[in-house]
Ligand binder design. Sequence first.
Ligand code: 26Q
Length: 826
Amino acid sequence: MANVLHKTSIDKTRREAGNCLAGIESEIYRHLNFTLGHDDSDVEPCYLYRALAIAVRDRLVAQWKVTRDRIASSGQKRVSYLSLEFLIGRSLTNAVLNLNLEDSVRAALNKYNSSLEESAELEHDAGLGNGGLGRLAACFLDSCANLQLPVVGYGIRYEYGMFHQHIEDGRQVEDPDHWLRDGNPWELERPEDTRRIHFYGHTEYFVDDTGKTCVHWAETDDVLAVPHDMPIPGHSNGTVNTLRLWRSSATDEFNLDEFNAGGYSEAVAEKNLAEQISMVLYPNDSSENGKELRLKQQYFLVSASLQDVIEEWISIHGEDFDEFASHNCFQLNDTHPACAVPELMRLLMDEHGLEWDDAWRITRQCMAYTNHTLLPEALERWPVSLFSRLLPRLMEIIYEIDRQFRTQLAELWPDDAAIRERMSLVEGGHHPHVRMAYLAIVGSFSVNGVAGLHTELLQSGLFADFYKLWPSKFNNKTNGVTQRRWLSHCNPGLRDLINEAIGSEWQSDLPKISRLASYAEDAAFRDRWHAVKQENKGALIRHVLEHTGVRFAEDALLDVQVKRIHEYKRQLLNVLHVIHLYDRICRGDVEGMVPRCVLIGGKAAPGYHVAKLIIKLINDVSAVVNTEAKTDGLLKLVFLPNYCVSAMEKICPATELSEQISTAGKEASGTGNMKFMMNGALTIGTLDGANIEIRDQVGEENFFLFGMTAGEIAETRQTYDPNSLIAEDEEILRVMNLLESGHFNASEPGIFDILTAGLRSAEDQWLTIADLRSYIDAQRDVNKSYQDPNNWNRMSIMNTAASGWFSSDRTIQQYAEEIWNVKSVN
Ligand code: 26Q
């Protein structure tokens, strides 16, 4: 007991040291002068940022080691979160606030005539993800550190993250994101933990001294995985967890033979090949693209991470794996790391001598799989031919898992050969494929969806056969987002107002934010709430003006849709509504119309032509709408280029209306919807993904619902006739006529024909026209509610007050209790 007290008091002293003003100021000075070699007299902002970042990092490093030791000595079960994406964004403000350093940092920067905001803006986003799935992984790490859970994130240190987007002539142009070019103060390279990864080659069978048949994966091309660790601080709790990102590097011996043969260039070229693996993040988030390099990335991450965990296990327990599964859990972020199933089998059998049955029992006890999509085109399938060539030993293991699984199915349903084909891990035919989702399901003890409806649809549709076989494997974990980044840090004005009203406990216990509900009836509080929103709008309006040249009005309803551009997310539906408003304005039908500014942002996958055309349409409609004199003071539309984490930090505090308008049954969860709600935006949305739960929490009177349910969508598909719907609705007909007459693309006739033909097609997957009337009507309700600021502000407060359920702390607590079976270490 005395020991424990002693340790706690050290931690407390450390935490307090984090708040010492003279400390941080002198450390910035020291790093400026000695670490960076700059004169203190005339400091450039970028050096000030770096000196500050290193000073803050030093504090993290001290707590980091304490956290590691504490976890090691606890002997607790550990979780590895395996993900090809971690969309971290910036780290400076996050670290400063979590360390309670805000006041001292501000004071120190003040002496250099600078500010925390100025420094923060100089940091490049760590854009190591596409969108929802990657940002979810980042929110989860934040919550794990906040809850002091022993969870390590494992990912890839891409040299180039998500591309930057700019617009030329209305079209998306991609620029490389060389985010590491100025160095990265938020990582520590750990060459001592380098791992070796095998590719290609073939397998050889031999009998060892004990008479056991063993497998050797021979003549491989090897690559090294070098870890770079990023600190993940908890919220003022002394915990700093780890995100371990792997960089690929050539092996040392790669060039010897070639050098000796005089093949210098060949040797260097080979080095490039090895280093390609961690070079770039694949920028598609909704369809697999079948590239060999992508499969290499997946295996690279998985093998390095599993070896890491096993090495650490052996350093403590030796080669005894009996307790391995009760001390380790691997959470697979979608199927991207699903190779972990056969790779853990391989490591346990080929490298550590376990028998198949023992290895299989362990594997199935420690793998858990999260599904993030219902779109069939996004389900990963890899050609057996590619798999066998790149990872021959893994392919053999998959075939054996499949053989045993089929045997089990044959015993259960001897007369049903069809179900064996349907459920097999290897899809037959002339070009057989590995079904990664089925591999993940068969190899895991838990399969979860990311929102209530999504999990139900997985169980009744995509994975129905597996649900019938193993109902208890399936569970739901509705997504959440971290209120630290998505309210406290990005919206300090609202944070302070909330703290004043109800205290600050909500920052690590979001359900407490429900105490705000009673303030919705307080007129003075509503005015202050409104004032904060107006101030945030002002800041965003300046940002939009600077980046697009379009000036939004302060008194206009700020209506926002930011997310990846995809047909199922229906940015087109939003544009059709804008065209409808434009048409009404041109006709003079403006009675009661509140001024509205519509902002759309998001990236299109570079190979997704229709998504790119939607961006072009938004820009072309915007050019016409914003220059028409009649719309002045009533309507504006802009496409804000390069939507990313740090852009969302400016956008969500200012947003009044959040557009969550996907075709029901298509958006697994959505997480932007939660960020907007937390910041007091009202949602106009379909009954899709987590929108359903948002509406349940906030009440139907505080949510603008429209559109068909997932069930109605499925039914309507059979008889869908968009042309009749258009012909029978005069307002919709006018919108289509404007679009089809070339009104928005006079200089490039016909460019949007693909889009209009899609809208009119009975085969339209997204049923945009089917929901348009209902959407226009719901937007009329929005308009009406906005006319009365008292009413609107009341609803806005109620949205923030009802957002408690959508903290990723809640989500992670559920993962910890219901899947991982881990407890906090403190
Ligand atoms: C797959 C193979 C090859 C290359 C890329 C990919 C790939 C990469 C990323 C496929 C999908 C993704 C990302 C998917 C994603 O972000 N899904 C979103 O996940 C969120 C978090 O659960 C949900 O809220 C969203 O509804 C879901 O669309």
